[in-house]
Design a protein around this ligand. Sequence first.
Ligand SMILES: *Cc1c(COP(=O)(O)O)cnc(C)c1O
Length: 454
Amino acid sequence: MPQHRYMLPEDRIPDRWYNIAADLPTMPPPPLNPGTGEPIGPEALAAIFPMALIEQEVSTERYIPIPDPVREIYAMWRPTPLYRAVGLEQALGTNCKIFYKYEGVSPAGSHKPNTSVPQAFYNKEAGVARLSTETGAGQWGSSLSFACQRFGIECDVFMVRVSYDSKPYRRLMMETWGGTCIASPSDQTNAGRAILADNPDSSGSLGIAISEAVEVAATHDDTNYALGSVLNHVLLHQTVVGQEAKEQLEMAGAYPDVVIGCVGGGSNFAGISFPFLQDKIEGRDIRIVAVEPSSCPTLTRGTYGYDFGDTAQMTPLLPMHSLGHGFIPPSIHSGGLRYHGMAPLVSHVVHEGLVEATAYSQIECFTEAVRFARAEGIIPAPEPSHAIRQVVAEVERAKEEGVEKTILFNLCGHGHFDMAAYADFLHGDMQDLDVDETELARATEALAALPGIV
Ligand SMILES: *Cc1c(COP(=O)(O)O)cnc(C)c1O
């Protein structure tokens, strides 16, 4: 019987993060100041981020040491298990070897604490008393509340109103860890008050919540802002995932032909894949695939150019694939994948042809999530069901090509707080939500006024 689970001892928690910027054949273009069109300098970020994170954001050092206090907290759940998906291989009737890295064992249930912990640590070191952030479905807000509690700093989370009302359990996790969860738009910021004056019943959006969180950080000396995806330093922190996976695959005597991850802002995908992308850049024959929802098709249908990170146009201009900062994705169950933009590093490697991108609709993804749960026992979050759908596509492709492949994917979170989505699927109430083409055309049009990438 093949082995199911590959565990590393605690002293094999990586002691450094891997920075892909050191090995890229070409560098992504810099973020721009929207006012001047000039590249922004580190000082522009100093009002809301600690210098240690700003340095990581622009670093080209290949390895950055992980501070001991961060590794000690990582040790609560890291190294995470790598599983051979023997049950899924049987269910699919394939001779391909399928492996998955399971990040759902963290206290918050996803990969996000890999970055919330170091972000809280560096802010604490810098004397910051409070972090403010936004959250959609609540994965990031709960992960940051957990991390802030570890370091004894306050955490204010602006949670999109519609999720605040419909997903009380994620909010209660934040409150259990001592965080404060505020429905956004709120009356606590100028941005929120302006929206409420216009529409007292606003259901909110991630864009509005970002504006509120940034405003709190920018207007309070003791408060900084924290972001759960997209930025270089966030992707950097997630590389513990891929580094461990490499070592665990070695234990299994395997190396992947293809590495797969779902993409919202790009952080869990970068985490599993960048340590393997390093090998690819050095000439190794390996494919790397990013998977997104077809209703928010940033990499597969977006424009590669400059756009704002938020709806309210408060952030610097980022070089990325984007559907337009005004694009409102249909309300699919994968809340974590409903973002109009993409991490600049992920956009860049897709643009350079180093990474492939595919998109699937939600019913086919949930079909695979349920097959996975029955074969493997773990109930996936809706987001990584996209990665599982691509695994099945790879198995089919291998069959057509008459080859046996080794496949690795990131199971970046469990779905225990997403059972309403499973209820929809199991009861036949789920629908595939297509992109509204008129809406996409409208949001894309706004990009024409912003700088392109040559
Ligand atoms: C937040 C989240 C995502 C999307 O974010 P990325 O930065 O693209 O990883 C995906 N899956 C889960 C479980 C999440 O919590």
